[in-house]
Design a protein around this ligand. Structure first.
Ligand code: PEP
Ligand code: MN
Length: 357
């Protein structure tokens, strides 16, 4: 068995760790949390001072006076500091106070006008900018926000995955929808991608498993909310961890490598060869299935039948979900595959029914 390295050994070398409270509340809370985190080896401290709230009247952050506290964090601990900026005024004030890294919150990256204004304010400034995913699961909106900074010459950019709003209730506060950051990584292989398990989880009990998934997907780091007294935090109390609890979680994570040194990759290559072979067969089968779909399309055209035959579609879906269960394939998986096949089949038949031949 290959030995797995612990987070403590690794994060200083390869993975980024950003930790600190959701919000700066008081000078004492900020400094106590920062000192504790710094002793644990954390090098980058986060704290929100301008807090975007869904409804007015809640705690909207301490504002610019929190910048003085961040300056103190820097001078007493030597940590770098980062805060969220949502408009030009925030940017100027944060830069003036010597904030080392800025992050763009999820509510802001949803709005291209707001992102453009911030990107313009940062033109020519050499600073790290981290861009959280927009609230809605729209990868192009996230990419667009990243590009607005790239176009303005900002070179040190990271994306932060903090999960997406969904209408359906899930165990998460914001659904991770991992395929989106995976796709972002595929499209931008050089981009640093950090996971924010706190806002995905919404609850401290889930932070470990979300962080482990992020590490197994080879994210470049984590941003975690940590507070000296989480239960009495003024915002996001349920998801914050004490510095000790956070380190305990981090140290229990298994950090794996894409290609660990000194092990033979022969076995995995053999297995991958088999996977490629099955993938080829899957495509050939799908293509043959579509040939039949087209023949049925012609039949429907000649006989003036609708494409959608609801009963037949219901039967196909239900019987395959059931057969899938026997083959250890989850209901959701089989259902999404057959729905995708059905959409493609309808598109093929639409083309036939609406052509002139
Ligand atoms: C935060 O980091 O405290 C925050 C407000 O996050 P998000 O923009 O992801 O909701
Ligand atoms: Mn928060």
């Amino acid at each position: 068995m290959q030995k797995t390295e612990t987070w403590t050994n690794l994060y200083a070398k390869k993975r980024m760790l950003i930790a600190g409270p959701c919000s700066a509340e008081t000078e004492e809370q900020v400094l106590q949390t920062a000192i504790k985190l710094s002793k644990q080896g954390v090098k980058i401290f986060r704290a929100g001072i301008w807090k975007p709230r869904t409804r007015p009247g809640g705690f909207e952050g301490v504002g610019a006076k929190g910048l003085e506290w961040l300056k103190k964090v820097k001078s007493t601990t030597g940590m770098k500091v980062t805060t969220e900026v949502a408009n030009i005024k925030h940017v100027y004030q944060a830069l003036k106070a010597g904030v080392d890294m800025l992050w763009i919150g999820a509510r802001t990256s949803t709005n291209p006008f707001a992102v453009q204004e911030i990107a313009d304010a940062l033109k020519g400034v050499d600073i790290d900018v981290m861009i959280k995913n927009p609230l809605n699961p729209d990868i192009n909106l996230w990419i667009g926000a990243i590009e607005r900074f790239q176009k303005n010459g900002i070179e040190k950019i990271a994306a932060i995955h903090r999960g997406f709003s969904t209408y359906e209730k899930t165990i998460y506060r914001n659904a991770p929808t991992w395929q989106i950051p995976i796709e972002l990584k595929r499209l931008f292989p050089e981009l640093t991608i950090i996971c924010d398990p706190s806002h995905i989880s919404g609850n401290r009990d889930l932070i470990k498993s979300v962080s482990q998934t992020a590490m197994d997907l080879d994210f470049n780091g984590l941003m975690i909310e940590s507070h000296i007294d989480p239960d009495n935090a003024w915002s996001d109390a349920k998801q914050q961890l004490t510095p000790d609890a956070m380190m305990q979680i981090l140290n229990s994570l298994k950090i794996r490598e894409i290609k660990p040194q000194g092990i033979s990759l022969e076995t995995i290559e053999e297995l991958r060869f088999k996977i490629d072979d099955y993938d080829q067969k899957l495509l050939e089968l799908l293509s043959k299935r579509m040939d039949i779909v087209k023949a049925i399309g012609l039949y429907k055209k000649v006989n003036n039948m609708t494409i959608l035959q609801s009963d037949r579609w219901s039967d196909i879906l239900n019987s395959n979900i059931q057969k899938g269960e026997e083959l250890d394939l989850s209901n959701d998986f089989v259902s999404s595959i057959f729905k995708a096949i059905h959409i493609e089949s309808i598109a093929k038949q639409e083309k036939i029914l609406n052509s002139d031949i």
